[in-house]
Write a protein that binds this ligand. Structure first.
Ligand code: ADP
Length: 474
């Protein structure tokens, strides 16, 4: 059983995402073999049709990544009349496919160009960041930019990383509930079990540092949530390797233990969960700013009191009514997704990375706006994954956060997590202001008096001007 699991883990690790270090080796080995490299295009297409050649092996068989992409597109286009439009319009020229093969994507037929805008400067922790955002949602960058401006004019934002640890939770099955309890005890008693597992876990990478194991039992199933620091990598591959090694040892110690899955969903990766919201996953970050009243009025066109009111009713009460987990915000996912796509993060992790509580209150003078975002599960890296790709790497360069930090492992990834939180702060501020401004205008009109026709038109114009902001909301 264990060997099957090991194989599955190995396959998952290599198929889903090989390490950055592996990429050049894989690409080189393709150019070296190329058993069908001398065939003419027509012959290759013919062999694809007969099944003698397969799509997923084309790079290896032809020894030329760009040629493989072109012929795969041609073959796909020939399969259906409707595919021909794709072959004309899906971009594929001018991209270095060698960097992708064996690392980021399979069966490649092109690439998806997404516009990249920039918001900033985001003044955060005494530094200025120009934030890259890849999006097709009009107004998102403009709105985040407006939030950045209000923050900068107010002296900037401040952030803190409360916790830093990627998690992976395998599920193992014991013969009975007593065995499950015994395993929990072994891991937790005097921390000696955990210490043993930590040394094995950490032997798999110089960056992996085990921070703890949270054990939950359900019947005879035991869920072991390993949490570890992973340097500047987002860390899923790294943690999975460490966990596999620890599981080998556990299997020897508990021969009747059955490893059901390397991931038992108590991790929790790419799914909504209370455990991430409460315990955090990746980087847990808080970020705040105090916006002076005149800036709330002039730049954001509203008042602090109105913002606090709308925030309470919408982001807190509204999300409570909806039974939300971590959705106590207006549109954090918009900003997280745009920054993730631009900087080569895993976009599927927006599910938990965008959980966020946006809080607003009036400052000590009763007039300024004191605002914060609390984001417990920002999963980012500046090495590994998509971060090594040329454009994504350039976006990280824009932030000054590409690759390994020379100061201490993890400094770049933590700084990127702070930038994500700071950008969300700006995006939340701007959209909430648009909503509050609309609310303010409407309530004045309703409460003060019945407007004249001229005033009605003026009001509509103001609301119309704010509409793009509203459109950002998911
Ligand atoms: P992930 O664990 O996020 O999936 P990868 O395994 O794809 O990431 O990439 C991490 C790789 O980068 C590992 O092989 C690791 O040894 C290497 N690496 C180089 N510098 C660093 C660093 N500063 N922090 C973390 N990993 C690093």
């Amino acid at each position: 059983m264990l060997s099957t699991v090991r194989l599955a883990v190995a396959n998952t690790l290599s198929a889903v995402r090989c390490s950055q270090a592996l990429a050049p080796t894989v690409a080189r080995s393709y150019s070296n073999s190329a058993p069908f490299g001398s065939l003419a295009d027509e012959e290759v297409l013919q062999k694809l049709t007969t099944g003698e050649l397969q799509h997923h092996n084309l790079e290896r068989d032809l020894g030329n990544a760009l040629r493989a992409v072109k012929l795969r597109r041609k073959h796909v286009a020939s399969m259906l009349e409707s595919n021909q439009k794709m072959s004309r319009e899906l971009d594929h020229e001018g991209f270095d496919y060698e960097q992708v093969i064996g690392v980021n994507c399979e069966n490649v037929i092109g690439y998806m160009p997404i516009p990249v805008g920039v918001a900033g400067p985001l003044v955060l922790d005494g530094r200025q960041y120009m934030v890259p955002m890849a999006t097709t949602e009009g107004c998102l960058v403009a709105s985040t930019n407006r939030g950045c401006r209000a923050i900068a004019l107010s002296g900037g934002a401040h952030s803190a990383v409360l916790r830093d640890g990627m998690t992976r939770a395998p599920v193992v099955r014991m013969p009975d509930v007593i065995g499950a309890a015994a395993l929990k005890d072994w891991v937790e008693a005097d921390m000696s079990g955990e210490r043993k597992l930590a040394s094995l876990f950490e032997s798999t990478s110089r960056f992996a540092k085990l921070k703890g194991i949270k054990v939950n039992v359900a019947g005879r199933n035991v869920f072991l949530r390993f949490e570890g620091a992973t340097g500047d990598a987002m860390g899923m591959n790294m943690i999975s390797k460490g966990v596999t090694k620890a599981l080998d040892f556990l299997q020897d110690t508990f021969p009747k233990m059955d490893v059901v899955s390397i991931s038992g969903n108590f991790c929790t990766d790419k799914k909504p969960s209370a455990v991430n919201w409460i315990d955090g996953r990746g980087k847990s970050v808080v970020c705040e700013t105090i916006i002076q009243e005149d800036i709330v009025n002039k730049v954001l066109k509203t008042t602090s009191a109105s913002l606090v009111d709308v925030n309470n009713v919408k982001n807190l009460v509204g999300s409570m009514v909806a039974g939300s987990i971590g959705g106590f915000n207006a549109h954090a996912a918009n900003i997280v997704a745009a920054v993730y796509i631009a900087t080569g993060q895993d976009p599927a992790q927006v599910v938990e990375s965008a959980t966020c509580a946006t809080l607003m209150e009036t400052g000590e003078n009763g007039k300024d706006l004191h605002m914060s975002v609390t984001m417990p599960s920002i999963e980012v890296g500046t090495v590994g994954g998509g971060t090594h790709l040329k454009s994504q790497g350039a976006a990280l360069d824009l932030l000054g956060l590409r690759g390994s930090a020379s100061s201490a492992p993890g400094d770049h990834a933590r700084a990127l997590a702070r930038v994500v939180a700071g950008s969300v702060l700006a995006g939340e501020l701007s959209l909430m202001s648009a909503l509050a401004a609309g609310h303010l205008v409407r309530s004045h009109m309703l409460l003060n008096r019945k407007p004249t026709l001229h005033e009605e038109q003026k009001t509509e114009k103001i609301i119309e001007n704010e509409k793009p902001e509203k459109r950002e909301e998911a």
